[in-house]
Design a protein around this ligand. Structure first.
Ligand SMILES: Cc1cc2nc3c(=O)[nH]c(=O)nc-3n(C[C@H](O)[C@H](O)[C@H](O)COP(=O)(O)O)c2cc1C
Length: 189
């Protein structure tokens, strides 16, 4: 693992959308700060659904051969992960959820009590956008649901959060507001 390597995952189908604007802002700042960023557009990847076979708990990696092996290799090389995904039904889009499922045994080990993390020492940044305006997006669980679900994966993997940033009321925003840019930029020192 190289502490200057960042894996940036775009979990939105819209490369010109507001989530992608947050993603690009984070990448720009990371690169300016001296990080080496590897970008993955999840919607361009070939990832079958998790079959729930649980073999990965022993092998540490999914046995279905597709783009998951490449993603896991980059993940192991990176200290920081940026995940940008819009709110879909107070949750994450299906490809993002499937990525978490496909990474089960990469992220954690099962025990008789609590899961044991397998990605300790790594960090993460969550970026999301939704149409519900603030504070309702948080109060009624829209952005909170997506953040909670992303958090569940990374926390269980033993990773530490650097930032969790929400751009609400996205349908009424043509570009990224200055306060969101500042919050994203603050994640990289
Ligand atoms: C299938 C689907 C479900 C959505 N569910 C929610 C939701 O639960 N709450 C919300 O506030 N916005 C919801 N939205 C709106 C998106 O979160 C919003 O348009 C987001 O900013 C899209 O990001 P993008 O620019 O990356 O496409 C949904 C959009 C889609 C397509």
């Amino acid at each position: 693992m190289n502490e200057k390597n960042v894996l940036a995952i775009l979990g939105s189908p819209h490369v010109n959308g507001i989530t992608a604007a947050m993603y690009n802002c984070a990448i720009r700042k990371a690169e300016q700060t001296g990080y080496t960023v590897t970008k993955i557009n999840l919607y361009e990847k070939n990832l079958s659904f998790c079959t729930g076979c649980r073999t990965c708990i022993n092998t540490h990696i999914c046995i279905q051969e597709d783009d998951i092996q490449e993603i896991v290799a980059i993940l192991h090389e990176s200290q920081t992960v940026i995940l940008a995904a819009p709110v879909y039904w107070a949750n994450v889009p299906a490809p993002v959820k499937n990525l978490f499922d496909r990474l089960l045994g990469t992220a954690m080990e099962e025990t008789n009590t609590f899961p044991k993390p397998r990605l300790q020492g790594k960090k993460y940044i969550l970026l999301t956008s939704c149409n519900t305006p603030a504070p309702f997006s948080w109060i009624f669980g829209q952005s909170r649901g997506a953040i909670r679900n992303m958090d569940e994966f990374f926390k269980t993997a033993g990773m530490k959060p650097i930032g969790k940033i929400v751009c609400s009321n996205a349908a009424n925003k043509k570009e990224l507001p200055e306060h969101i840019i500042k919050k994203i930029e603050k994640c990289f020192k």
